[in-house]
Design a protein around this ligand. Structure first.
Ligand code: SAM
Length: 288
Protein backbone atom coordinates (compact mmCIF):
# COMPACT_ATOMS: atom_id res chain seq x y z
CA UNK A 1 0.00 0.00 0.00
CA UNK A 2 1.28 3.49 -0.82
CA UNK A 3 1.45 6.04 1.98
CA UNK A 4 2.33 9.74 2.17
CA UNK A 5 4.71 11.03 4.83
CA UNK A 6 4.25 14.40 6.46
CA UNK A 7 6.30 16.19 3.80
CA UNK A 8 3.95 14.63 1.22
CA UNK A 9 6.68 12.66 -0.49
CA UNK A 10 5.44 9.29 -1.53
CA UNK A 11 6.85 6.22 0.22
CA UNK A 12 6.66 3.65 -2.55
CA UNK A 13 8.48 0.72 -0.96
CA UNK A 14 10.36 -0.33 2.16
CA UNK A 15 12.57 -3.14 3.39
CA UNK A 16 14.60 -3.60 6.57
CA UNK A 17 15.78 -0.21 7.83
CA UNK A 18 15.06 1.58 4.53
CA UNK A 19 12.27 3.25 2.55
CA UNK A 20 12.08 4.34 -1.08
CA UNK A 21 10.84 7.92 -1.38
CA UNK A 22 9.54 9.25 -4.71
CA UNK A 23 10.27 12.96 -5.02
CA UNK A 24 7.75 15.15 -6.87
CA UNK A 25 10.49 15.96 -9.44
CA UNK A 26 10.38 12.30 -10.57
CA UNK A 27 13.49 10.80 -8.98
CA UNK A 28 13.85 8.52 -6.00
CA UNK A 29 15.88 8.63 -2.80
CA UNK A 30 16.53 5.97 -0.19
CA UNK A 31 15.75 6.98 3.38
CA UNK A 32 17.11 5.37 6.53
CA UNK A 33 13.95 4.83 8.52
CA UNK A 34 15.46 4.85 12.04
CA UNK A 35 17.46 8.08 11.70
CA UNK A 36 15.38 9.85 9.03
CA UNK A 37 18.58 10.51 7.03
CA UNK A 38 18.27 10.23 3.25
CA UNK A 39 21.01 9.33 0.80
CA UNK A 40 21.91 12.46 -1.20
CA UNK A 41 19.31 14.52 0.61
CA UNK A 42 20.26 18.01 -0.59
CA UNK A 43 19.50 17.79 -4.31
CA UNK A 44 19.02 15.24 -7.08
CA UNK A 45 21.21 12.24 -6.14
CA UNK A 46 22.96 11.93 -9.51
CA UNK A 47 23.78 15.67 -9.53
CA UNK A 48 25.39 15.54 -6.12
CA UNK A 49 27.27 12.34 -7.02
CA UNK A 50 28.65 13.99 -10.16
CA UNK A 51 29.63 17.29 -8.62
CA UNK A 52 30.87 16.32 -5.18
CA UNK A 53 32.47 12.97 -5.87
CA UNK A 54 33.08 12.25 -9.57
CA UNK A 55 34.11 15.69 -10.89
CA UNK A 56 35.87 16.97 -7.79
CA UNK A 57 38.01 13.86 -7.36
CA UNK A 58 39.25 13.91 -10.97
CA UNK A 59 39.10 10.10 -11.06
CA UNK A 60 37.96 9.98 -14.70
CA UNK A 61 40.74 12.33 -15.79
CA UNK A 62 43.38 10.24 -13.99
CA UNK A 63 42.18 6.98 -15.57
CA UNK A 64 41.61 8.55 -19.01
CA UNK A 65 45.21 9.62 -19.21
CA UNK A 66 46.50 6.07 -18.81
CA UNK A 67 46.98 5.56 -15.08
CA UNK A 68 45.20 3.04 -12.91
CA UNK A 69 42.92 4.97 -10.58
CA UNK A 70 41.78 3.09 -7.47
CA UNK A 71 38.65 4.64 -5.98
CA UNK A 72 37.12 3.69 -2.64
CA UNK A 73 33.37 4.14 -2.44
CA UNK A 74 32.72 4.05 1.31
CA UNK A 75 29.03 3.37 1.79
CA UNK A 76 27.79 1.96 -1.54
CA UNK A 77 24.18 2.62 -0.48
CA UNK A 78 21.94 2.82 -3.53
CA UNK A 79 25.00 2.83 -5.82
CA UNK A 80 24.47 6.40 -7.06
CA UNK A 81 28.06 7.60 -6.63
CA UNK A 82 29.52 4.39 -8.04
CA UNK A 83 27.27 4.40 -11.10
CA UNK A 84 27.85 8.10 -11.78
CA UNK A 85 31.55 7.27 -12.01
CA UNK A 86 30.93 4.32 -14.32
CA UNK A 87 28.66 6.32 -16.62
CA UNK A 88 31.17 9.14 -16.66
CA UNK A 89 34.12 6.88 -17.57
CA UNK A 90 32.05 5.00 -20.15
CA UNK A 91 31.34 8.27 -21.94
CA UNK A 92 34.91 9.61 -21.69
CA UNK A 93 36.51 10.19 -25.11
CA UNK A 94 39.67 8.32 -24.00
CA UNK A 95 39.90 5.32 -21.70
CA UNK A 96 43.57 4.49 -21.65
CA UNK A 97 43.87 3.54 -17.99
CA UNK A 98 41.93 1.34 -15.62
CA UNK A 99 39.35 2.49 -13.13
CA UNK A 100 39.42 0.18 -10.10
CA UNK A 101 36.36 0.89 -8.03
CA UNK A 102 35.99 -0.77 -4.62
CA UNK A 103 32.68 -0.30 -2.82
CA UNK A 104 32.25 -0.97 0.89
CA UNK A 105 28.85 -1.80 2.32
CA UNK A 106 27.46 -3.67 5.31
CA UNK A 107 23.82 -3.80 4.18
CA UNK A 108 22.76 -4.34 0.57
CA UNK A 109 19.11 -3.45 1.22
CA UNK A 110 19.40 0.10 -0.23
CA UNK A 111 20.94 -1.23 -3.45
CA UNK A 112 18.28 -3.95 -3.74
CA UNK A 113 15.54 -1.36 -3.29
CA UNK A 114 17.05 0.94 -5.93
CA UNK A 115 17.41 -1.95 -8.40
CA UNK A 116 13.75 -2.84 -7.88
CA UNK A 117 12.72 0.71 -8.93
CA UNK A 118 14.47 1.63 -12.19
CA UNK A 119 11.71 4.17 -12.87
CA UNK A 120 13.06 6.21 -9.91
CA UNK A 121 16.75 5.22 -10.06
CA UNK A 122 17.86 5.36 -13.73
CA UNK A 123 21.28 3.88 -12.89
CA UNK A 124 19.48 0.61 -12.11
CA UNK A 125 19.02 0.13 -15.88
CA UNK A 126 22.74 -0.70 -16.23
CA UNK A 127 23.89 -4.31 -15.78
CA UNK A 128 26.76 -3.41 -13.42
CA UNK A 129 24.87 -2.79 -10.14
CA UNK A 130 22.89 -6.01 -10.68
CA UNK A 131 26.16 -7.96 -11.02
CA UNK A 132 27.52 -6.28 -7.88
CA UNK A 133 24.37 -7.08 -5.95
CA UNK A 134 24.30 -10.74 -6.94
CA UNK A 135 28.01 -11.63 -7.24
CA UNK A 136 30.08 -8.76 -5.80
CA UNK A 137 32.08 -8.03 -8.98
CA UNK A 138 31.66 -6.47 -12.42
CA UNK A 139 34.11 -5.78 -15.23
CA UNK A 140 33.45 -3.76 -18.39
CA UNK A 141 33.82 -5.63 -21.72
CA UNK A 142 37.02 -3.78 -22.59
CA UNK A 143 38.52 -4.33 -19.10
CA UNK A 144 38.87 -0.58 -18.44
CA UNK A 145 36.54 -0.68 -15.41
CA UNK A 146 36.83 -3.21 -12.60
CA UNK A 147 34.27 -2.91 -9.81
CA UNK A 148 34.35 -4.95 -6.63
CA UNK A 149 32.19 -5.00 -3.51
CA UNK A 150 33.78 -5.61 -0.11
CA UNK A 151 30.90 -6.59 2.15
CA UNK A 152 30.92 -6.04 5.91
CA UNK A 153 32.16 -3.25 8.12
CA UNK A 154 34.37 -0.86 6.17
CA UNK A 155 37.00 -0.75 8.91
CA UNK A 156 37.29 -4.55 8.85
CA UNK A 157 37.68 -4.66 5.06
CA UNK A 158 39.89 -1.73 4.12
CA UNK A 159 43.10 -3.76 4.13
CA UNK A 160 41.56 -6.04 1.46
CA UNK A 161 41.27 -3.20 -1.07
CA UNK A 162 43.88 -1.76 -3.45
CA UNK A 163 45.67 1.35 -2.13
CA UNK A 164 43.31 4.21 -3.03
CA UNK A 165 44.12 7.33 -4.98
CA UNK A 166 40.62 8.65 -4.31
CA UNK A 167 38.33 7.96 -1.34
CA UNK A 168 34.66 8.90 -1.34
CA UNK A 169 33.55 8.99 2.26
CA UNK A 170 29.78 8.80 2.29
CA UNK A 171 28.44 7.00 5.39
CA UNK A 172 25.52 8.46 7.29
CA UNK A 173 26.28 11.38 9.58
CA UNK A 174 28.40 11.07 12.70
CA UNK A 175 25.22 10.94 14.76
CA UNK A 176 24.30 7.65 13.06
CA UNK A 177 27.62 6.06 11.95
CA UNK A 178 29.65 7.57 14.79
CA UNK A 179 32.66 5.22 14.73
CA UNK A 180 33.35 5.90 11.05
CA UNK A 181 33.97 9.60 11.80
CA UNK A 182 36.26 9.02 14.78
CA UNK A 183 39.96 9.86 15.03
CA UNK A 184 40.68 6.11 15.21
CA UNK A 185 38.80 5.45 11.94
CA UNK A 186 40.53 8.27 10.07
CA UNK A 187 43.86 7.00 11.39
CA UNK A 188 43.09 3.53 10.00
CA UNK A 189 42.11 4.99 6.64
CA UNK A 190 45.29 7.09 6.51
CA UNK A 191 47.41 4.03 7.38
CA UNK A 192 45.73 2.09 4.55
CA UNK A 193 46.92 4.70 2.02
CA UNK A 194 50.49 3.54 2.82
CA UNK A 195 52.18 6.82 1.98
CA UNK A 196 50.36 7.36 -1.33
CA UNK A 197 49.09 10.69 -2.67
CA UNK A 198 45.45 10.09 -1.78
CA UNK A 199 42.52 12.45 -1.30
CA UNK A 200 39.30 11.85 0.60
CA UNK A 201 36.05 13.60 -0.39
CA UNK A 202 33.04 13.90 1.88
CA UNK A 203 29.81 15.88 2.10
CA UNK A 204 30.44 16.80 5.73
CA UNK A 205 31.79 20.21 6.66
CA UNK A 206 31.34 19.65 10.38
CA UNK A 207 33.95 21.18 12.68
CA UNK A 208 34.06 17.99 14.78
CA UNK A 209 34.64 15.81 11.69
CA UNK A 210 37.41 18.12 10.46
CA UNK A 211 38.95 18.03 13.95
CA UNK A 212 38.91 14.20 13.81
CA UNK A 213 40.67 14.23 10.45
CA UNK A 214 43.32 16.71 11.59
CA UNK A 215 44.00 14.73 14.78
CA UNK A 216 44.39 11.57 12.69
CA UNK A 217 47.09 13.23 10.57
CA UNK A 218 45.13 14.22 7.45
CA UNK A 219 45.53 17.69 5.95
CA UNK A 220 42.08 19.20 5.61
CA UNK A 221 40.70 21.50 2.95
CA UNK A 222 37.46 23.02 1.71
CA UNK A 223 35.49 21.13 -0.93
CA UNK A 224 32.90 22.60 -3.26
CA UNK A 225 29.43 23.40 -1.96
CA UNK A 226 26.49 21.10 -2.50
CA UNK A 227 22.84 22.19 -2.46
CA UNK A 228 22.36 24.43 0.57
CA UNK A 229 25.83 23.57 1.93
CA UNK A 230 28.31 26.35 1.21
CA UNK A 231 31.22 23.93 1.41
CA UNK A 232 32.15 20.29 1.93
CA UNK A 233 35.49 18.74 2.89
CA UNK A 234 38.51 17.27 1.13
CA UNK A 235 41.19 15.57 3.23
CA UNK A 236 44.67 14.92 1.85
CA UNK A 237 47.40 12.55 2.92
CA UNK A 238 50.57 14.51 3.79
CA UNK A 239 51.98 13.45 0.40
CA UNK A 240 48.90 14.68 -1.51
CA UNK A 241 48.82 17.93 0.47
CA UNK A 242 52.02 19.09 -1.24
CA UNK A 243 50.26 19.57 -4.60
CA UNK A 244 49.45 23.17 -5.56
CA UNK A 245 45.68 22.59 -5.85
CA UNK A 246 45.58 20.92 -2.44
CA UNK A 247 47.60 23.71 -0.80
CA UNK A 248 45.16 26.29 -2.17
CA UNK A 249 42.17 24.57 -0.58
CA UNK A 250 43.65 23.87 2.88
CA UNK A 251 41.95 25.35 5.93
CA UNK A 252 44.09 28.15 7.30
CA UNK A 253 44.51 30.11 10.49
CA UNK A 254 41.10 31.76 10.01
CA UNK A 255 39.49 28.31 10.39
CA UNK A 256 41.73 27.57 13.39
CA UNK A 257 40.55 30.76 15.08
CA UNK A 258 36.92 29.76 14.53
CA UNK A 259 37.65 26.24 15.81
CA UNK A 260 39.12 27.77 19.01
CA UNK A 261 35.75 29.46 19.63
CA UNK A 262 33.57 26.57 18.52
CA UNK A 263 31.40 24.42 20.80
CA UNK A 264 32.07 21.46 18.44
CA UNK A 265 35.86 21.58 18.65
CA UNK A 266 36.24 18.11 20.18
CA UNK A 267 37.03 15.39 17.64
CA UNK A 268 34.77 12.33 17.53
CA UNK A 269 35.41 9.15 19.53
CA UNK A 270 37.57 8.23 22.51
CA UNK A 271 40.77 10.21 22.72
CA UNK A 272 44.02 9.40 24.40
CA UNK A 273 45.98 12.37 23.10
CA UNK A 274 45.84 16.09 23.81
CA UNK A 275 43.68 16.95 20.80
CA UNK A 276 43.99 20.70 21.28
CA UNK A 277 47.73 20.75 20.91
CA UNK A 278 47.57 18.17 18.07
CA UNK A 279 45.31 20.52 16.10
CA UNK A 280 47.06 23.79 17.03
CA UNK A 281 50.43 22.31 16.03
CA UNK A 282 49.23 20.53 12.91
CA UNK A 283 51.75 21.21 10.10
CA UNK A 284 49.09 22.79 7.88
CA UNK A 285 48.66 25.65 10.35
CA UNK A 286 52.35 26.31 10.92
CA UNK A 287 54.00 29.14 8.96
CA UNK A 288 55.72 27.71 5.85
C1 SAM B 1 24.53 7.82 2.86
S1 SAM B 1 24.49 6.14 2.42
C2 SAM B 1 25.54 6.03 1.01
C3 SAM B 1 24.97 6.52 -0.28
C4 SAM B 1 25.74 6.04 -1.48
N1 SAM B 1 27.11 6.51 -1.49
C5 SAM B 1 25.08 6.33 -2.79
O1 SAM B 1 25.68 6.99 -3.65
O2 SAM B 1 23.95 5.88 -2.98
C6 SAM B 1 25.49 5.40 3.66
C7 SAM B 1 25.75 3.92 3.47
O3 SAM B 1 26.83 3.55 4.31
C8 SAM B 1 26.61 2.24 4.75
N2 SAM B 1 27.39 1.99 5.96
C9 SAM B 1 27.20 2.53 7.18
N3 SAM B 1 28.11 2.08 8.06
C10 SAM B 1 28.90 1.23 7.37
C11 SAM B 1 30.03 0.44 7.72
N4 SAM B 1 30.51 0.45 8.97
N5 SAM B 1 30.61 -0.32 6.78
C12 SAM B 1 30.14 -0.32 5.50
N6 SAM B 1 29.07 0.41 5.11
C13 SAM B 1 28.46 1.17 6.03
C14 SAM B 1 25.10 2.21 5.01
O4 SAM B 1 24.60 0.89 5.05
C15 SAM B 1 24.58 3.03 3.85
O5 SAM B 1 24.21 2.22 2.77
Amino acid sequence: MKTMNRDSFEIVDSSGHYQVIARPQGYGVIRHRDSGESMHSVNEPADEARSLYVEQSGAVKIASSGDTCAVWDVGLGAGTNAMELIHSYESAPRREGVLRLTSFENDLTPLRLALAHPELFPHARHEAPHAICSGGTWRSDDGSIIWELLAGDFLDRLEDAPIPRVIWYDPFSYKVNTHLWSVAAFRDVLAATKGAESSLFTYSASTAVRASMLCAGWHVGRGRGSGPKAETTIAFTPQAALAVDARQSLLGRDWLARWERSDARRPIGDLTEDFESAIRNHPQFLPS
